[in-house]
Write a protein that binds this ligand. Structure first.
Ligand code: PMP
Length: 437
């Protein structure tokens, strides 16, 4: 595949800037753990695409399922209509989901799943006669996609400031007492658990009867892999229960094996009322998201026809047959290859490999959980993000795709990675750390 000479029609801010155009990083093919670049180089995928290609690239079973479904039933509405594969996929998902999350609503992305979850939470409170519960609580440094609800509850101020009035009545849990620092410290038991108590303060401030839901990523990904102690999530659950507030987990990144368990819920043993997923649900191959809810929530909506009409929510592509086929083949691949349970086998090796970078230039912190890693670099004074971005460019030139968020290098390889490939990835990172200024 030849890249076109004119790169101006496609518009995506970070891919349309001058810097990219001067040195385009074009990916033309992929197989298992590697991308092929336009100039024919193999690049090790250290990030599973954008945290999504959990089973690796171009897996034949998934490709064939898509081809077959596209030839059989390409599109059918899921609005007042049905097709078997959507019901089958929903059943399989619910079978593997944590107990109690028994119903699933299909969307097309993480951002849409977030909007769907927020709307479900608000509508549920209303259906239950708690219409005064209209507030939503997110968390500082939370990331929940780019739609309006998601940026409102999200904790990245820079992502919201261009957009005027967003959702009103939103508040944010602090992530840390120290701005811009990680409030949770791995290896220090309970560190940061007390930050959950801030929810009590917020509840007192606003009055519990005004709060519909709290939304958090169990482990934040895009904002730098912030790993709370289990007690933090337990405390959030207890405070929500005490005050009749719904708890929403955004598992867009943590879902489907990323932490070495099927979901973060399984890892931490804390269950939300609503669980948001996307990305790994179809191995990132076809846009899809899935929002899991408890029977209590589902049944409340189904109890009266008026609720169904008022909750007029759903997308043209909800439960799209080709996406469901890709999803079913993805789940089969995960199962056949035991990918969602590779944590115990790989995580210790991964941890050791990552921590071997301690003492390398610029490294100020290393964090890991399951098959996720973060290497935090000392920012260059006055030029935040510059050092990590330069590491990203150098890694790509050497043959590894890594991701940066701020001054943090984030790693999240496909779950099929071998120990040899872990070494290869860490060698690349080590070399670029030594090479950047
Ligand atoms: N929630 C979380 C936790 C995410 O990490 C992301 C994407 N990185 C999203 C939501 C948004 O997903 P999408 O880009 O598919 O809309």
């Amino acid at each position: 595949v030849n890249a076109p000479n004119d790169l101006s029609a496609f518009w995506m801010p970070f891919t349309s800037n001058r810097q990219f155009k001067q040195s385009p990083r074009m990916l033309v093919a992929a197989k298992d753990m590697y991308y092929t670049t336009a100039d024919g180089r193999q690049v090790l995928d250290g990030t599973a695409g954008l945290w999504c290609v959990n089973a690796g690239h171009c897996r034949p079973k998934i490709t064939e399922a898509i081809q077959h479904q596209a030839a059989e039933l390409d599109y059918a509405p899921a609005f007042q209509m049905g097709h078997p594969i959507a019901f089958e996929f929903a059943n399989r998902l619910v079978d593997m989901a944590p107990d109690g999350l028994d119903h699933v609503f299909f969307t097309n992305s993480g951002s849409e799943s977030v909007e769907t979850a927020l709307k479900i939470a608000l509508a549920y409170q209303r259906v239950k006669g708690q219409g005064s519960r209209t507030r939503l609580i997110g968390r500082e440094r939370g990331y929940h996609g780019v739609n309006f609800g998601g940026i409102s509850v999200g904790g990245i101020v820079g992502n919201r400031k261009m957009f005027g009035t967003l959702l009103t009545g939103v508040d944010h849990l602090p992530h840390t007492h120290l701005p811009a620092k990680n409030g949770f410290t791995k290896g220090v038991p309970e560190h940061g658990a007390e930050l959950a108590d801030e929810l009590e303060r917020i509840v007192t401030l606003h009055d519990a009867s005004t709060i519909a839901a709290v939304i958090v990523e169990p482990v934040s990904g895009s904002t730098g892999v912030l790993i709370p102690p289990k007690t933090y999530l337990e405390k959030l659950r207890a405070i929500c229960d005490k005050h009749g507030i719904l708890l929403i987990f955004d598992e867009v990144i943590t879902g489907f094996g990323r932490l070495g368990t099927p979901f973060a819920v399984d890892y931490f043993g804390v269950k939300p009322d609503i669980m948001i997923t996307a990305k790994g649900v179809t191995n990132g191959v076809i846009p899809m998201g899935a929002v899991f809810v408890t029977s209590e929530i589902h049944d409340a909506f189904m109890s009266g026809p008026e609720h169904l009409i008022e909750f007029a929510h759903g997308y043209t592509y909800s439960g799209n047959p080709i996406a469901c086929a890709a999803g079913l083949a993805t789940l089969e691949t995960y199962k056949e290859e035991g990918l969602l349970e590779r944590g115990p086998e790989l995580a210790p090796y991964w941890e050791e490999a990552l921590h071997s970078l301690k003492g390398e230039p610029h490294v100020i912190d290393i964090r890991n959980i399951g098959l996720v890693g973060a290497i935090e670099l000392e920012p260059i004074a006055g030029e935040p993000t510059k050092r990590a971005f330069s590491a990203f460019i150098k890694a790509f030139e050497r043959g590894a795709l890594i991701r940066t968020t701020g001054d943090i290098i984030a790693l999240s390889p496909p779950l099929i990675i071998s120990k040899v490939q872990i070494d290869e990835l860490i060698d690349h990172v080590c070399a670029v750390l030594r090479a950047v200024d």
